[in-house]
Structure formats: C-alpha cells, structure tokens
Design a protein around this ligand. Structure first.
Ligand SMILES: C[S@@+](CC[C@H](N)C(=O)[O-])C[C@H]1O[C@@H](n2cnc3c(N)ncnc32)[C@H](O)[C@@H]1O
Length: 285
C-alpha cells in the first residue's frame, strides 16, 4: 500500500519555485509568506500531499517539497562558517558514521555538522558537542530543534582544552582554528583506532595538524580537499556551470593508535635531520 505523505500543521515544507528561489517554512494556521513572487498561503497547504503544487497570489507555481536534512542545513541560521554537504558526505563515508555511533565534536558553531551527524547516528547513537560561545550554542540549539535532531545531541559549554568527559567515542571531529592543541584530550576520548577528523580551512592548519598528529598517537593520516562542479543540463548545450565555490575547507583524517615514545622521538629526529638538510641546501646556494 502506498502511504501518501501529507502536510500537517507543525510540519516543515520546502516551497520550491526554482533552485535559487526556495523557502523552508513551518506550516501553521493563518500563516502567509510574503515573497517577491507574491504571497504564499501556507495554511492552505495543510492536508495537501508533499509533491503537489500551489500558486502565489501572482500566479507563480510553487511545489511543496518534504525537506531533507540537506535542506535544513542549507537553510539554517548561521553566525559561523559551517561544514557543507559536500564535505559532510565524505566525512560520514570515511569515518564509518552510522546508527549507534558515539561522536565527540569540538566546535559546535551553528550546529550544521552536528545536525547532519545526528541524522545518521539516530536513534541509538549520540553526539557530544563542545563550544565556548553561548551565542553560537543558542543558534545551534535552534537549528537542531528545527531539524528534529535535538534529542541526539548534547551541547556542552566547556573548553575541551581542560579535558572532556567523553570516553570510547567512535569518532571525534574538531572544527577549531588550532585543532592540534586538543589532540591529547581527543585521544583520551576516542576508543582504540577511533576515527579523527579536523576541519581546516587553510594549508598551514593542515600542515601543523598532520605534523602534530604523528607525534600524538595517531596513524593513517590523510589530508583531502573535495570540490563540486555543477553541470547545467540543457538539451544540446549541457556544460559545467560558470559559477563554482572555489574553496570551503580541507579535511584531515587519522586513526587513534597507541602512543609510542619511539614515534615521538623518530619525528623529532626526522625534523632535526630535515633541518640539517635544509641548512646544507642553504649553504649550497
Ligand atoms: C567554524 S565554527 C564550527 C562550525 C560547525 N562545524 C558547523 O558545521 O556548524 C568553530 C566554533 O569553534 C568554537 N570554538 C573556538 N574556540 C573554542 C574552544 N577553545 N573550545 C570550544 N569551542 C571553541 C567557536 O565558538 C565556533 O563556534
């Protein structure tokens, strides 16, 4: 039997006119949305099926789409840089994020990453997310609430540099300007071979993070950048879009392993040798 998804009072609906003109709104009685395409009578959508269409007061066509987690994230309230869907998907694939995963997040920000991860770890998993800024945490709280993910995320206003009370986490994600400063605290929180991810917008951040990871009990270090190219598909003239988001962030992945003094020393020796080689090179010039 095919059960039709109907819009109810309190549901969210994505009002879709074109890919660049779409609005996410909560359906309530007597609600009207004023747009430059005319007024949309939101209360009239109660009882309609998702996928059906209505018209604005100016006769423009609007489809009623059931929002996905991607829509909630892209339409979220933001005061910080967020992690974008292109990176979210790869993070999930790389770390094995799944229902039941226990996740530590450092740097809640606007809660975009937390919202996405919660939608995957639910109903049996949980996200423990830390931030120091109460204003951003309020925004994250509202975004999580809107997407229906609050119950799977615990927000802590606490600086993880002081340590975190999370243990045996499957995954830890750090989105701070200086991820290398919390590697020991994250190491304590992760289970053996647990996955580590750092969100690093700049090259110097990935360089420093990768260098410190090697000395801090992590292996399988891998740094990547992902790019999305949109294709404009039109009959007889399909080609890549002229617009492109050139850069969002780099991602650093690693796995927690035993902290071995010999690795710390090997790194120190390698660094010294590297410095000596550089000196040699400098002398030759
Ligand atoms: C770029 S935002 C994180 C965005 C988030 N990943 C998202 O997708 O919405 C970085 C956050 O780190 C927080 N932060 C900065 N220093 C911190 C610290 N020492 N401990 C915890 N959070 C910190 C900031 O307040 C900010 O909210």
């Amino acid at each position: 039997m095919n059960i039709l998804a109907k819009i109810e009072e309190g549901s969210y609906v994505l009002l879709f006119h074109t890919p660049r003109k779409k609005w996410l709104t909560k359906v309530t009685q007597d609600k009207k949305l004023h747009t430059h395409l005319g007024i949309i009578d939101i209360s009239a959508t109660i009882g309609m099926e998702y996928g059906s269409a209505i018209r604005t007061t100016e006769g423009k066509l609007v489809f009623l789409i059931e929002p996905t987690i991607h829509d909630f994230i892209m339409k979220s309230e933001r005061r910080t840089q967020i992690v974008y869907p292109k990176d979210l998907g790869y993070i999930a694939a790389r770390t094995g994020l799944k229902n039941g995963s226990k996740v530590l997040e450092v740097g809640t920000g606007s809660g975009a990453l937390a919202t996405f991860m919660a939608s995957i770890v639910k109903p049996d998993g949980h996200i423990y997310s830390f931030d120091v800024n109460p204003e951003f945490m309020d925004i994250a709280r509202r975004n999580l609430e809107k997407a229906g993910m609050s119950q799977y995320v615990t927000l802590h206003q606490h600086d993880p540099h002081q340590g975190v009370d999370v243990r045996d986490a499957d995954i830890a994600i750090v989105d701070l300007g200086d991820p290398w400063t919390v590697l020991d605290q994250v190491h304590d929180a992760l289970k053996g071979s647990g996955a580590f991810v750092a969100i690093c917008p700049t090259m110097n951040q990935i360089e420093k993070t990768a260098t410190e990871l090697k000395k801090s009990g992590y292996a399988d270090i891998d740094c990547v950048e992902l790019m999305i190219r949109n294709i404009e598909a039109r009959e007889g003239m399909t080609r890549p879009s002229m617009r492109m988001i050139g850069h969002t962030t780099y991602l650093v992945f690693a796995r927690k392993v035993q902290k071995l003094q010999e690795r710390v020393e090997a790194e120190a020796i390698a660094e010294e040798e590297g410095a000596e080689e550089n000196d040699e090179e400098n002398r030759d010039e």
